[in-house]
Write a protein that binds this ligand. Sequence first.
Ligand SMILES: Cc1ncc(COP(=O)(O)O)c(C=O)c1O
Length: 401
Amino acid sequence: MSLTLSDTAAAELVTGSVYPSTARIDAFLAENPQLPTPVLVVDLDIVRERYLRLRRALPSAEVFYAVKANPDAAVVGLLAGLGSNFDVASLGEIDLCLGLGIAPDRLSYGNTVKKEADVAAAYARGVRIFAVDSAVELAKIVRQAPGSTVTVRLASDGDGADWPLSRKFGASTDEVAEQLLAAAEAGLDLGVSFHVGSQQRDPRAWEAPLCAVAALSDLLAARGHRLSAVNLGGGLPSTHFHSTGPVEVYGVAIDAALEAYLGTDHGLRTMVEPGRYLVGDAGLIRSEVVLSTPKQTDGGRRWVYLDIGMFNGLVETQEEAIRYRMRCPGTRGPLEPAVVAGPTCDSLDVLYEREPYPLPVDLQVGGHVDLLSTGAYTTTYSSVWFNGFEPLQAHYLPVSD
Ligand SMILES: Cc1ncc(COP(=O)(O)O)c(C=O)c1O
């Protein structure tokens, strides 16, 4: 069966004309044809552009870059220079930031699962914002981080997100209320956080949690306490196969929800924690086709095996959640669906099977497949040496002025 190129993503696959521009990355790859694949190349001009654009789209919020998305010093250092703050998940990320000269008051320890010793160590280093979603975790903050701001995390259903962060995190509104009241009694400064799920396709996803934040703020006020911060979490999307609106649309929707539920003069410190949005589109992974073959045991379907897969950078294809855009330089098409898999001896290492991916029929073994918008959640997800494959290598193209 041949596909017709009805959707933009598929058309881009053949024309190579993608948004955002990969021009600098393409030039780098052309100048370095011997670079072993798979390789990630990140254009820091795009990271900078994204940061500045987000500041314009959502000026009321302080940006806390989620370091976990891509903790390379080139990215963190660039964002620090632009004025970003940082959401950190561990002592390792805290020390990374401090090592780059970032002051501890620009860090928020956003992981709701922390060893008590790590809370104490973070506090000793000067960190003063901590997230929790349980009374047990709150007790650690009360004991080890007096006077800090605690952001109690509301649960989210993750609806509308390609990578929902539901189930594991967050508490019900009632539990959040209890924890806030306990935190107030302990003399902590009070905040509420939530995360609407990563790669959130619905700009209105912030409405329901902000409605809950307003109710919590009222409840605290009725008890003589004041909510001082709201953390809007991450969720702003990269440009993947399924289209999403521009960040400006998210900015308008979030601002409207803030105003609708909390009023124009809410006076809350407003934080946003983008990861994927800031670095995803800045990266491209070049991979090589190791094998391409019809599989009789699978009804004759074509299987394309790349030198990158689930274990060396593409964990987010798990359950086909994140569907990257792909481009196959030097091919002409037409496109036919193929099952796409990684190189390891593990049957989990299949990227797109339930929904096979449209790839050019003339894609050959040894040819390249470029995975677009892969600057986030790839390098650090790459395993150390599974099956003897090296961790994903990365190059960072410095900002151009
Ligand atoms: C607490 C927290 N904040 C922010 C982020 C970043 O989310 P995103 O990459 O969707 O912007 C994450 C991602 O896991 C997170 O756990």
